[in-house]
Design a protein around this ligand. Structure first.
Ligand code: ASP
Length: 217
């Protein structure tokens, strides 16, 4: 599993890649951010770090589910299984986090975009917070999360325009599947994907909330 987290108020970030025994990889990513001088720790070093930080450790069998096992056997169904979150708090701070088991049928040792700051996760109080799902190799090559933030910041286009350009034009032109959720400091948010659907939900402090699978907004 891979996970990363970023604090838009100070650009601090933490990530783990290829962990096998941390029950909540996102907590390990947060611990890397808060309790180590590093940004990304991988493999057994990351599992050991999480253990030293007294995070909950489980046997790898804990992560077995019948549904994912069946989709693995069917090879190409349910390729993506990432969980992401972006948030804006009342002080104007943005944050983003992403956690994944990676793409189905990936090679042993393969690491996708989810633990790569700038690819699958990015947060910057001066721009936006982004969490991505999709074909990680393309998200790394295109530095997707950072690209959306940079496009917004440097060119002055809206978050929606920036996200639309990167997901619906740049990635689509490369036949790259995926999508993002993002929010900016003015509380504008976007969920956009070039796949048939993306499980997503949002809510705000006024009690407005919604969940959806299909149909871009
Ligand atoms: N982006 C993830 C990866 O490439 C897969 C996913 O979104 O489910 O590892």
């Amino acid at each position: 599993m891979d996970a990363s987290i970023m604090d838009g108020s100070n650009l601090n970030a933490g990530a783990v890649a290829g962990v096998k025994t941390v029950k909540n990889p996102i907590m390990a990513a947060r611990s890397v951010m808060e309790n180590s001088p590093h940004v990304l720790i991988c493999g057994s070093g990351a599992d050991d770090f999480a253990k030293n930080m007294k995070l909950e450790i489980v046997d790898s069998s804990y992560f077995f589910t019948e549904r994912r096992w069946n989709s693995y056997k069917k090879a190409n169904k349910d390729k993506f299984g990432t969980v992401g979150a972006v948030a804006l708090d009342k002080n104007g701070n943005l944050a983003a986090a992403t956690s994944t088991g990676g793409m189905t049928n990936k090679m042993k040792g393969r690491v996708g975009d989810s633990p790569i700051i700038g690819a699958g996760t990015y947060a910057d109080n001066k721009g936006c917070a982004v969490s991505a799902t999709g074909h990680g190799e393309y998200f790394i090559r295109n530095a997707v999360a950072y690209d959306i933030n940079a496009l917004m910041k440097y060119s002055g286009v809206s978050l929606k325009e920036a996200a639309n350009y990167v997901i619906m034009k740049k990635l689509k032109d490369q036949n790259a599947e995926g999508g993002i959720i993002a929010v900016d400091k003015a509380a504008n948010f976007v969920t956009i994907f070039n796949t048939p659907g993306m499980y997503r939900a949002y809510n705000n402090s006024n009690g407005f909330s919604q969940i959806a699978i299909y149909g871009n907004n």
